[in-house]
Design a protein around this ligand. Sequence first.
Ligand SMILES: *[C@@H]1O[C@H](CO)[C@@H](O)[C@H](O)[C@H]1NC(C)=O
Ligand SMILES: *[C@@H]1O[C@H](CO)[C@@H](O)[C@H](O)[C@H]1NC(C)=O
Ligand SMILES: *[C@@H]1O[C@H](CO)[C@@H](O)[C@H](O)[C@H]1NC(C)=O
Ligand SMILES: *[C@@H]1O[C@H](CO)[C@@H](O)[C@H](O)[C@H]1NC(C)=O
Ligand SMILES: *[C@@H]1O[C@H](CO)[C@@H](O)[C@H](O)[C@H]1NC(C)=O
Ligand SMILES: *[C@@H]1O[C@H](CO)[C@@H](O)[C@H](O)[C@H]1NC(C)=O
Ligand SMILES: *[C@@H]1O[C@H](CO)[C@@H](O)[C@H](O)[C@H]1NC(C)=O
Ligand SMILES: *[C@@H]1O[C@H](CO)[C@@H](O)[C@H](O)[C@H]1NC(C)=O
Ligand SMILES: *[C@@H]1O[C@H](CO)[C@@H](O)[C@H](O)[C@H]1NC(C)=O
Ligand SMILES: *[C@@H]1O[C@H](CO)[C@@H](O)[C@H](O)[C@H]1NC(C)=O
Ligand SMILES: *[C@@H]1O[C@H](CO)[C@@H](O)[C@H](O)[C@H]1NC(C)=O
Ligand SMILES: *[C@@H]1O[C@H](CO)[C@@H](O)[C@H](O)[C@H]1NC(C)=O
Length: 678
Amino acid sequence: MDFTLKPVFLLTIVLLYVAINVNAVRTKDKMYENIDASKACFRRLNATHQIGCTSKRGGSTGVIHYCRSQSDLDFILKNGTAPPYVPVIPTNLFTTSNVNRLKQSSKISGVLLYAGDENPDYFTHEQQCPNPESSLKGTCKASNVWNPHGTGLLYQDIPFPVFFVESEETIKFAKECFDKYNNHSFSTQRDRSLCSLQLTSFMYAATNSSTCIRRSNMITNLNPVKFCDPLGDNNAWASLFPLVRGPNLTEPIRDVGYIVVAARMDATSMFDKTEGAISPVTGLVALLATAKYLKTILPTDENFTKNVLFVVFNGETYDYIGSQRFVYELLKGNFPTKSKEFLPEIRMDDIDLFIELSQLNKTETVVAHYLSGTKLKDFLLKLRTNKGDLSFDEAEDSLPPASVHTFLKNRTNLPSLVLADHRGPFLNPFYNSVYDNASNLHYKYLNLTKDDISQSDNIQTHVQKVATMLAKSLYLEITAKSYQGPEDVADLQFIDELFHCYLENANCRVHQAIQKLELNTQPISLYIGVEVAPNFITTLIGLTLGWVTGDVTGPGNRNCTNEPKNYALRYYNMSRSLDDLNTTMCYRITMNFTEAVSPAFIIDGYDWSSGQYSTWTESIWGDIKLRVFLKPSAAHENMTIAVGSMVFILALLLVYFVKSRAHILFAPQLPTLAPTSC
Ligand SMILES: *[C@@H]1O[C@H](CO)[C@@H](O)[C@H](O)[C@H]1NC(C)=O
Ligand SMILES: *[C@@H]1O[C@H](CO)[C@@H](O)[C@H](O)[C@H]1NC(C)=O
Ligand SMILES: *[C@@H]1O[C@H](CO)[C@@H](O)[C@H](O)[C@H]1NC(C)=O
Ligand SMILES: *[C@@H]1O[C@H](CO)[C@@H](O)[C@H](O)[C@H]1NC(C)=O
Ligand SMILES: *[C@@H]1O[C@H](CO)[C@@H](O)[C@H](O)[C@H]1NC(C)=O
Ligand SMILES: *[C@@H]1O[C@H](CO)[C@@H](O)[C@H](O)[C@H]1NC(C)=O
Ligand SMILES: *[C@@H]1O[C@H](CO)[C@@H](O)[C@H](O)[C@H]1NC(C)=O
Ligand SMILES: *[C@@H]1O[C@H](CO)[C@@H](O)[C@H](O)[C@H]1NC(C)=O
Ligand SMILES: *[C@@H]1O[C@H](CO)[C@@H](O)[C@H](O)[C@H]1NC(C)=O
Ligand SMILES: *[C@@H]1O[C@H](CO)[C@@H](O)[C@H](O)[C@H]1NC(C)=O
Ligand SMILES: *[C@@H]1O[C@H](CO)[C@@H](O)[C@H](O)[C@H]1NC(C)=O
Ligand SMILES: *[C@@H]1O[C@H](CO)[C@@H](O)[C@H](O)[C@H]1NC(C)=O
């Protein structure tokens, strides 16, 4: 039996080696460092294209190359010897030309972005003409684009994962690891263990929205698999005066003209985080401040023939999702609700004037953009009359990207204007990016009390002036008289608090006043998200709008509810004022939400190639994960493979040997004999 011993001995040695090796791998496993606080770029689809980024299914891995400058990146693209690489680059190197080179290079498996020492001069991955397919034709000329620094990278299909890391510690960790293992003798990198990254952000959806929705709807088994969801959330609207009257508030008020004051509430960025300070927060705050001030100065008991509808649209970044749906319902006679029992139907033709508040950073001049041929002379004059010490200008035949495009598509002569801080191109160099935050606006929280007045010239006082101008002009439009009362300007404290809510701390005084929940202290992202997961910020914005346009009916208590049901109104317990959060009053408000989901997803048999409505969907994904680990050298890997193969072959031999000697190794099984009864 001597000849059997040798292979067994050899096998033992090999197994021992493997055991040691496995041990080594375990040690390496410990080198895996999960990193959080990173934001990934993800995939979206429209009717015809896929955009955004994805990793491989189990994650994409690559050797870290920490770059400070363009030459570091060039070096690795030209002379890297141990691909694939994951360059770690500052945001100012994330340019169209670099992304194109990274896409073409076969050496790149992912990109990690970090905020450099200084903010870049500009950083906007929106297109130069935002919403090119859904805006009115001819409103964005190639010679004079709205977003001149726009790279359009947000709309590119990038075949590798891109992560943005905010945490400085994480970047420091990656840098130190790079310096220790990778940053020397580059020509022999292949032969060493290298510090590497694993980026996991696998996207399940592909091709285009119609394909993806069709695949998601296929009922192949009891558990349908979803690949993508339509982008969507809610719009919020409120009316200045009630839409009903009568002792029981059940008689709809008809024959009233409406002035729509609109703003958008969403922003986007390549990475899942958006505060959107200049766009949309300045416009949104101006709208809320206008609503509050107008409510304060207008008598409520008169029967005016004009009402104001404040509407905040959602999803406007993605081909005007919110306004498209709003107009769709308006034209079908479904606004404010389908049931016409209590509320008057409001039609497109009932809108007399449309005013949209766009980007409004503090600038010398506020500019009214409008298309010629719409009857606006009167209202522009009113704005001029009420501008106070603001400087006001007009840009005729000019219309920046705005929700009003959707309205003008159906009613070409709708008197409409967009108030903005720019005459030509956007002044905001960070439009739809992570850098459009409080510092872009130079915003500092003043933490005012009711009667404080700010001495200095800041964004708060600027928005106050815009809101005052607009509200006084609307007052004149509605009452045909100039406002002469005591409240001379819009509420500065409210404006200051709103900026604080949206840009710094969601658990702010306004949000405490309108609902009694504790919120997280971070600002809430203004990205629209998907239809199936409604955003709480939308509810908060709607309630804020309701709070400032509502009427107090008495002290707040349990009787302040929506029973008996009246579809025109809601009753809410809300604080009396920002300085008196603990006193609750009962508010009767005319506010509601309407769906902001593109009509494309509700129309049966929608023609996806028609381009009529927004078709954006967002891919489903699993984990978003980032890990640092030591990747063994190529030699080590080869060794592992060699050993593995050897083990495999030996195992085969062993099995063969055991099988062929089975009759010797195992005693032959005797047939069991039936017990005999002898
Ligand atoms: C979506 O992709 C599918 C598959 O490639 C293609 O057949 C279809 O025409 C595309 N749809 C549109 C609207 O382009
Ligand atoms: C890459 O290597 C070549 C020769 O090996 C050298 O001439 C060139 O300067 C290197 N490029 C960079 C960017 O270092
Ligand atoms: C879909 O998005 C791509 C990339 O931005 C664009 O080129 C294309 O025109 C869009 N398709 C539609 C139908 O809007
Ligand atoms: C990599 O090494 C070079 C040369 O030694 C050094 O200048 C550079 O700072 C190092 N990079 C990092 C990220 O430490
Ligand atoms: C108001 O409601 C009361 C009780 O529901 C009812 O008796 C009365 O007729 C209603 N009045 C009007 C004008 O509808
Ligand atoms: C408004 O109309 C209601 C009902 O038609 C009427 O009772 C009320 O007196 C009017 N108010 C004013 C100020 O005209
Ligand atoms: C506006 O919508 C209505 C109702 O859908 C339609 O009849 C009309 O032709 C549209 N107008 C324009 C200019 O598209
Ligand atoms: C916003 O306004 C402030 C104050 O005028 C100015 O310093 C800042 O540069 C502006 N930001 C942009 C993006 O225009
Ligand atoms: C605002 O002022 C109040 C009262 O003066 C103070 O308690 C609070 O801490 C201040 N908030 C901030 C964020 O400074
Ligand atoms: C609520 O309404 C009922 C019936 O009108 C009344 O009896 C009760 O006192 C009210 N409760 C409060 C807290 O006002
Ligand atoms: C709000 O809108 C929803 C959906 O259209 C509707 O069911 C509800 O009755 C409305 N509520 C009010 C108070 O208008
Ligand atoms: C308001 O209520 C909170 C919690 O009930 C309490 O801590 C706080 O002291 C109250 N503030 C005032 C001014 O009464």
